[in-house]
Design a protein around this ligand. Structure first.
Ligand SMILES: Cc1cc2nc3c(=O)[nH]c(=O)nc-3n(C[C@H](O)[C@H](O)[C@H](O)COP(=O)(O)OP(=O)(O)OC[C@H]3O[C@@H](n4cnc5c(N)ncnc54)[C@H](O)[C@@H]3O)c2cc1C
Length: 346
């Protein structure tokens, strides 16, 4: 690479923004191209008319156990320590996610609960297992418990997220959230966990605030990029350039190698005149609603705006690149009561 040559970085999420900063620090000139109207990728947030910070593309919590990652981001933000708690609504009972020993206490009588907890601890001799491991366990009560969790949560929830029946789903996806064998009720277990004190948006502004970086918003880089197959290189407006592309890889190749099965999200916001809408920040709804989960933003982390709270009901839908501003991609898998097509648009 020519030392003075400009680097084009497509996308201003974590991948694009951090690379932009690292190359800028090395003296390179960077042009960040972002097709949305704001930077920060999926982490974008804003303050709504209630004074509550909302994450436009769904709830994000920063977490890492890698010291250098934490130290790097600490240059651009002060992390408000926060431990995410999630629950799942099963048969009208809100139970911790990942499922823990409280789940067993909630759904079994005391004698059976003790037997099951002892069986899990003595059989696995570790802190957690996947539901798939448990479904194949030779101990009857463990297998029965796994079947219950699978039928009431893992199966229907995953199917809803992917828009498929659970027989069509790759079993490895069901292993994403383990079943834990203790009473700890946090979602992540990393050394560092939190949310930037002034929000993700401000953190990304700070990362990109460098004299060598320019940012162009509302610009679809794919309208400028062509692929020179003979030379195996990328051209920007017909000129060979160093391009770092952080968007959807199938879109870059114009689906020449097929379409990836991305899903997207759709959010409905509601403002409620209550202090607490639900027990914890995120509650999943595997069977009782069309939406997959509800996020209560006043709990992320605790934002006290009086007797008011804002929730977002999250629906999993097909990804549509052409919806305004491009979709929220996920490869898995405030507007007072007004429907707000967040995912795709924004
Ligand atoms: C609902 C949800 C919750 C999540 N929660 C967490 C969490 O709690 N913790 C966590 O660590 N991770 C979480 N993730 C994962 C996290 O969002 C991703 O790991 C992260 O966004 C990846 O960063 P990225 O820069 O690769 O992609 P993105 O954040 O998607 O950024 C890509 C950027 O590229 C832009 N772009 C794409 N194509 C083009 C183009 N042609 N021209 C110009 N710009 C383009 C996009 O507009 C976007 O701004 C969550 C994801 C989702 C969907």
């Amino acid at each position: 690479m020519d030392k003075l040559e400009e680097i084009i970085i497509v996308g201003s999420g974590f991948a694009g923004s951090i690379m932009a900063r690292l190359f800028a620090e090395q003296g390179r000139r960077i042009q960040v191209i972002e097709k949305r109207e704001q930077i920060a990728g999926n982490m974008c947030d804003y303050i709504d008319e209630n004074g509550i910070r909302i994450q436009k593309y769904g709830p994000h919590i920063f977490h890492t156990s890698i010291e250098s990652v934490y130290q790097f981001l600490s240059q651009y933000t002060e992390l408000e320590p926060y431990q995410l708690k999630c629950e799942v609504l099963i048969e009208g009972i809100s139970t911790p996610s990942p499922f823990n020993f409280r789940t067993i206490d909630q759904f079994y009588n005391p004698k059976e609960a003790e037997e099951l907890k002892n069986a899990l601890v003595s059989y696995y001799k570790k802190e957690s297992a996947t539901v798939l491991e448990m479904l194949n366990c030779e101990v009857d009560c463990i297998r029965e418990y796994a079947k219950f969790l699978f039928e009431k949560d893992y199966g229907p929830y995953t199917a809803k997220q992917w828009g498929k029946t659970y027989k069509e789903i790759d079993p490895s996806i069901l292993s994403r959230v383990p079943v834990v064998f203790h009473y700890k009720d946090t979602y992540f277990y990393d050394k560092y966990e939190g949310i930037p004190r002034d929000g993700f948006q401000a953190m990304f502004e700070s990362i990109l605030d460098h004299p060598n970086i320019t940012v162009s918003l509302n610009e679809d880089a794919l309208e400028h990029i062509t692929i020179d197959e003979e030379k195996s290189s990328l051209l920007y407006d017909g000129v060979q350039k160093t391009i770092i592309y952080t968007g959807a890889i199938d879109e870059l190749f114009d689906y020449k190698f097929g379409k990836l099965p991305y899903r997207s999200l759709y959010f409905e916001y509601e403002t409620h005149k209550v202090k607490d809408y639900q027990n914890v920040a995120i509650v999943a709804h595997p069977t009782d609603a069309q939406y997959t989960r509800i996020t209560e933003y006043t709990k992320l982390p605790f934002q006290d705006v009086g007797n008011k709270t804002v929730i977002a009901k999250e629906y999993s839908i097909l990804y549509d690149k052409n919806s305004i501003g491009g979709g929220v991609r996920t490869i898995l898998p405030g507007t007072n009561g007004v429907k707000h097509r967040c995912l795709s648009q924004v």
